[in-house]
Design a protein around this ligand. Structure first.
Ligand SMILES: Nc1nc2c(c(=O)[nH]1)N[C@H]1C(S)=C(S)[C@@H](COP(=O)(O)O)O[C@H]1N2
Ligand SMILES: [Mo]
Length: 365
């Protein structure tokens, strides 16, 4: 079993089998999330480390004119190499904020990271395979064994509509932050699909199956990664016909410095705040902060993304009127004008897309 000893102190293990590790907001203070601070989400067992990556093959088949079977070396030789900084965010990020509580991994805001990913464009590979007009959806298959150990069952296999798959930013990657992918993050190959729940960004990628219908692998259909179409009563009866796939992740911001619980010396009258914000398929237009429970807000200085699907860092210098106890709240608004709600809204039984305003505690004196 690969270990995760190279992860930094302070990460929080939310589950052992499957292994799930979250990054507290205050460890997301780097512009690019270092690999040792990057969260981990597995749904199955962790594959044995691959020692001979050139024997690894990725198959592109289904509704294509020329099915392809490619080694990592052939991918590198045939297609242009691209590096992009993109957010990876679990569809369940924020789940612990739902009321009434929902089952599943209790993410706070730390089921997210933003890394430099190096690989080839999915679209370039698919153009070489020749997608047929009958193509509707993709199915992504990874090599991780099912939790039960059964070798004939996928741990998870999700996909996206062909139009989403063909977006130029989606990558088949072998590199993360300038190094080969680590086993835990999908070595030797993984998908990175921008803006959508990371469950479509398959690790240990073996096959992209182009399908003539909506993919039906484990993690598709039912209530998996699905949210209500018409809002439902929290905890109320579930009508499965009222659900659609969660596509773009919702807008979110976090305060990454200071850490929640920080005590500043008596007499401190100004503090610098730093944070991150992102909005799935969209960009962030504004991040505002409040130190009086949302009674008043002030805008922050917001950086541009390096490329689409990157996160946007923000900073603010705020005046502290007196010693005392404060909560610092951050709220982002996307380019459509949609802001983070005060509480996790759009309650759904599996707890996807919870994105309330982030709140940290600060003491002065
Ligand atoms: N093969 C495979 N790929 C997978 C998963 C998985 O269980 N198996 N989990 C997905 C989910 S739900 C998330 S949130 C991300 C987590 O990626 P990370 O562990 O590199 O942070 O991987 C996705 N890709
Ligand atoms: Mo996830």
């Amino acid at each position: 079993m690969p270990d995760i000893a190279n992860k930094s102190d302070g990460l929080v293990t939310l589950g052992q089998a499957p292994l799930v590790v979250e990054t507290p907001e205050s460890l997301l203070d780097d512009d690019t999330t270092p690999t040792e601070k990057f969260y981990i989400r597995n749904n199955g067992l962790i594959p044995e480390p691959i020692r001979d990556p050139e024997n690894w093959t990725l198959t592109i088949d289904g509704e294509v004119r020329n099915p392809l079977v490619l080694t990592p070396g052939e991918l590198k030789a045939r297609f242009a190499t691209v590096t992009l900084r993109m957010v990876m965010e679990c569809g369940g990020n924020g789940r612990s904020f739902f009321e009434p509580p929902v089952p599943g991994v209790r993410w706070t805001n730390g089921g997210v990271g933003c890394a430099e990913w190096t690989g080839v464009r999915v679209a370039d590979v698919l153009r070489a395979a020749g997608v047929k007009p009958s193509a509707v959806f993709s199915g992504h298959l990874g090599a991780d064994p099912h939790l039960s150990g059964a070798t004939d069952r996928q741990a998870m296999s999700r996909g996206v509509p062909i139009a989403k798959l063909m977006e130029e930013h989606n990558l088949i990657v072998w590199g993360m932050n300038g190094q080969p992918l680590e086993t835990i993050h999908g070595f030797p190959l993984r998908l990175v699909i921008g803006g959508w729940p990371a469950s479509v960004s398959t690790k240990w990628l073996k096959r992209i199956w182009i399908r003539d219908r909506v993919h039906d692998g484990p993690g598709m259909g039912g209530l998996s990664y699905r949210v209500p179409i018409r809002p439902m009563e929290p905890g109320g009866p579930v009508d499965e016909s009222n659900f659609r796939d969660l596509e773009s992740m919702p807008v979110r911001s976090i305060v990454t410095s200071p850490a929640s619980g920080t005590r500043l010396p008596s007499g401190t009258r100004e503090v610098t705040l730093r944070g991150a914000s992102w909005a799935g398929d969209y960009a962030v237009k504004d991040v505002s902060v409040s130190i009086d429970y949302g009674a008043t807000w002030q805008t922050t200085q917001l950086d541009a993304p390096k490329n689409r699907y990157d996160w946007q860092r923000w900073t603010a210098r705020i005046a502290i009127p007196s010693d005392g106890y404060y909560e610092v709240w951050s709220r982002a608004t996307d380019t459509r004008g949609i802001s983070q709600p005060y509480i996790a809204g759009l309650w759904n039984p599996e707890g996807y897309g919870g994105n309330p305003i982030h709140r940290i505690k600060l003491r002065v004196g």
